[in-house]
Design a binder for this molecule. Structure first.
Ligand code: EPU
Length: 422
């Protein structure tokens, strides 16, 4: 098992280029199943969740040609509808997108239960409601979810909670259904829009993605034959923004979409960080030369402050002046990282869904464990700003969602060594 050894205290300086968005890519690769033909996908992040998507596509008989480490051609003309085994499905959350895409293509899908980060209970009732309203029967047996339909027919589906996963899964199922599907109270996240753009490029007819009402006019087939480039990762960009601010550095973040970063930029500016957006909307410079101040954050679905940026912000607020509050309103529980940060000298108390963070002057290096993807990124930022040496284990969680993260931090001056001993 690998771990990271970080020597803290160096302000991050320089330029970092953002990779393709994980949460878009893990939906777009399963969506290729809906195309009886070839498609080419560029700007795919080279991360372990994507390797799992390739493993599943290979099991299903897709022909994948790797053009480069970030670009593939996928041909799903002759795929078969095998069971997606539980041992792969449970390794990541997005495996459940194979239900929507296999159901859309074959009117039948059998996929092992999904895994993913542990944020308390993560129900999939809204996915199942969507599959059923489109005409499917859904059952579970032996850790496998089965969905099948005689015929898929468009319907009006009101989501009881704003959910990215169910919005995407319903889109995947409805693209080839007969008639029109309307998703109300849909998630508006950028990766929902990116998936809709991919599907439309391949011949789908989806309108309204990015608003809370998405209309999917069913088409008889997706023609493929086109190339699609995945959008930049909002959360990777946000992570580098917070790292730049926390380290009192000066970082130019390129290949991003600044509009997607508005809620993060606004919070950083509020606590005293300099944030300058590039004129063309695809770069952002973050610098900070003074102690930041307290704030309150409530995580919300897009365009609110992303839950996936909350652990990283907790690190910055740990060394900001005053008492800050983070209210996690998307997931039941996302505070497992707080004990780890407290080992480095942070003062975080968790009360239900609220973290109360008393700012300290500095963090002190120590030994910590990454319990999930964003918690891992947060611990890297903590290590980079702490006095002395920090050792992080559990870094396989970080590799799930950040391409080349060690090199990217090293290029900004961060002192990180990857160690392989225990
Ligand atoms: N929910 C339900 N019923 C459902 C589905 C969701 O009650 O059927 C609830 C969840 O329990 C949660 C809320 O709705 O309280 C939002 O869940 P959502 O479906 O939006 O989350 P997800 O699809 O499980 C995706 C991302 C997460 C990200 C969330 C929120 C992927 C693969 N995962 O998860 O990303 O935190 O949306 O934006 O896209 C990450 O990248 O680190 C990550 C965890």
């Amino acid at each position: 098992m690998e771990n990271f050894i970080i020597e803290g205290g160096v302000p991050l300086r320089g330029t970092v280029s953002i990779s393709g968005a994980k949460n878009a890519a893990v939906a777009i690769l399963p969506a290729a199943i809906l195309i009886k033909g070839k498609c080419r996908i560029e700007n795919i992040p080279n991360i372990s969740d994507i390797l799992l998507c390739y493993d599943i596509l290979n099991i299903l008989g897709a022909k994948i040609t790797h053009i480069s480490k970030n670009e593939v051609e996928i041909d799903c003309t002759d795929i078969h509808n095998d069971v997606v085994p539980t041992d792969i499905a449970r390794k990541f959350r997005a495996s459940y997108y194979f239900i929507g895409s296999l159901l859309g293509r074959f009117k039948d899908a059998s996929v092992g239960f999904p895994g993913g980060c542990n944020f308390g209970s993560r129900p999939i009732d809204q996915h199942i409601k969507g599959f059923e309203l489109l005409g499917s029967n859904v059952s579970t047996e032996g850790g496998v979810i089965h969905a099948s339909a005689e015929k898929l027919t468009g319907n009006s589906i009101y989501l009881d909670v704003v959910t990215v996963g169910a919005t995407i899964n319903i889109m995947l199922t409805a693209v080839l259904a007969e008639g029109t599907t309307v998703i109300e109270n849909a998630a508006r996240e950028p990766h929902v829009v990116d998936l809709a753009n991919f599907l439309n490029t391949m011949g789908a007819n989806i309108k309204g993605a990015g608003t809370d009402v998405i209309k999917i006019y069913g088409v008889s087939e997706l023609h493929g034959g086109s190339t699609y480039s995945i959008m930049p990762d909002q959360l990777e960009a946000g992570t580098f923004m917070v790292a730049a601010a926390a380290s009192k550095g000066d970082v130019l973040i390129t290949n991003c979409i600044t509009k997607h970063l508005d809620s993060i930029s606004a919070k950083l500016v509020e606590i005293g960080v300099n944030v300058e957006e590039g004129e063309s909307g695809d770069s952002i410079r973050v610098s900070c030369n003074r102690r930041t101040t307290k704030t309150s954050i409530k995580t919300l679905p897009y365009p609110g402050f992303p839950t996936d940026m909350h652990p990283q912000m907790a690190v910055l607020l740990s060394v900001s002046e005053g008492i800050s509050y983070i209210n996690e309103s998307v997931f039941d529980s996302r505070f497992q990282y707080a004990d780890e940060l407290n080992k480095l000298g942070a003062k975080i108390k968790v009360d239900g869904k609220i973290a109360v963070i008393e700012g300290v002057n500095s963090l002190i290096g120590g030994q910590v464990s990454a319990c999930d993807l964003r918690a891992g990124a947060a611990l890297m930022i903590a290590g980079l700003i702490a006095e002395g040496t920090t050792k992080i284990d559990g870094v396989e969680h970080i590799y799930r969602g950040y391409e080349n993260i060690v090199n990217k931090f090293q290029d900004l001056g961060g002192k990180i060594i990857v160690s392989s001993n225990q």
